[in-house]
Design a protein around this ligand. Structure first.
Ligand SMILES: Cc1ncc(COP(=O)(O)O)c(C=O)c1O
Length: 383
């Protein structure tokens, strides 16, 4: 059966064109460890890992490429920050569109938080922030773009407010729009947590943190272990990136992410245009169909290529299943690991069907998706 993959919000697929072959060659020919052995291949592999760090450092406006530290994914990166920075006596602000990658570590560690409200389209209400700040508030932690509605948040304004109130500004950039990448330095952000396998088109299993010098000093390491450096010490080294890179990293994943970054940088404008045009095409169909309700921004301005919809008169899970059976359309249905986001936009506990387009989605696929939606609506309403 032909597949139409519209679940790029969960992970990008296909990966950037050279990722698979580069990772395969690395594993078969070069995959020795770094920071441990003193031989040529170990140094060469370390150089390639640092090359990826350099690319990410430039992409995210890091003060130094060593301020980019690798982890498993953005969830792991956020756990490192949250566990290493806050205690029960602190208080943080989160947006009403957060993913459980933020909400669960806060809940698990018992760190008090308040939710900055978002409107029904999933946009943060900036004016709510001042009244939520308490004397023990230490940080604003929030997503750059919602994985439920695709709404892009006004992070630069949030960062300015954070500075005004002397709060840290920590961003979950999992769903980063290529059209609007954040820069730590230019945008006065203290930390960006990223994941390699979504918008960055790399393999699963690699993500990380981009940290300001000041924050890097404040965060206590959470995972401790071998780094290949300062092996005489029983404590973690206090310098970057080693402070937050305990144990062997996902070297094949980082090598794959590195070539994915090359692809993105070379093709950024074309990727943005294609995703934009196709998202607009699908969105305009959803908006024209009275039996479908778009959850999130109704315009292209301020949104990513993630579109959530509700089929109010049907069971959303049944619709997603029917789309797959009808035309092999792979979507995601439910709460998308973001229950508070659904509470904000009024779709909890029902959830939505999420269509998320990627760099490789074609116009033919979107037109086939629209035709399939029409057939599914007719068939399910008739039964
Ligand atoms: C906004 C947001 N934050 C965090 C995550 C978690 O990403 P990962 O599984 O790569 O840690 C996701 C993934 O769906 C997400 O959309």
């Amino acid at each position: 059966m032909k597949i139409i993959y519209l679940d790029n919000g969960a992970t990008s697929w296909p990966k950037a064109p050279t990722v698979a072959s580069t990772v395969a060659t690395f594993i078969s020919d070069h995959a020795v460890n770094i920071g441990r052995g003193g031989y040529f291949r170990a140094y060469e592999t370390a150089r390639r890992i640092d090359e990826c760090r350099d690319k990410l450092g430039v992409f995210f406006g890091a003060p130094d490429s060593r301020n980019v530290t690798f982890s498993l994914n953005v969830t792991h990166a956020l756990n490192t920050l949250i566990a290493g920075l806050f205690t029960h006596e602190d208080h943080v602000l989160v947006s009403g569109m957060e993913h459980n990658a933020v909400m669960r570590p806060l809940t698990h560690l018992g760190i008090p938080y308040s939710i900055m409200p978002c409107n029904k389209e999933g946009f943060l209400q900036l004016e709510s922030i001042p009244s939520l700040v308490r004397k023990e508030t230490k940080a604003i932690i929030m997503t750059q773009a919602s994985n439920v509605t695709g709404s892009i948040q006004p992070i630069r304004e949030v960062a300015k407010l954070a500075k005004q109130y002397n709060l840290l500004c920590i961003v979950d950039a999992a769903q980063l729009p290529l059209s609007s990448p954040l820069s730590l330095i230019r945008d006065s952000i203290d930390a960006i947590a990223f994941t390699g396998h979504k918008s960055l088109l790399g393999p699963q299993g690699v993500g990380g943190l981009v940290l300001s010098h000041q924050l890097a000093q404040q965060v206590n390491p959470w995972a401790c272990g071998g780094t290949g450096s300062k092996s005489n010490l029983l404590q973690m080294p206090d310098f970057l990136p080693d402070k937050f890179e305990a144990g062997t990293q996902n070297l094949p994943g980082i090598i794959g992410l590195s070539v994915a970054m090359d692809y993105i940088l070379e093709n950024k404008d074309a990727i943005i245009k294609r995703e934009n045009d196709l998202t607009e095409l699908l969105l305009s169909y959803f908006l024209s169909e009275s039996r479908i309700s778009v959850v999130g921004p109704k315009e292209m301005k301020g949104r990513t290529s993630v579109i959530s919809v509700d089929f109010p008169t049907l069971d959303n899970a049944q619709v997603a299943d029917a789309l797959f059976m009808d035309a092999g359309i792979e979507t995601r249905v439910g709460l998308h690991c973001a229950p508070i986001a659904h509470k904000s936009v009024g779709t909890f506990p029902r959830g939505t069907v999420r269509f998320s387009l990627g760099y490789a989605t074609t116009e033919k696929e979107i037109r086939a998706t629209i035709e399939s939606c029409k057939r599914v609506l007719e068939n399910l309403h008739a039964s």
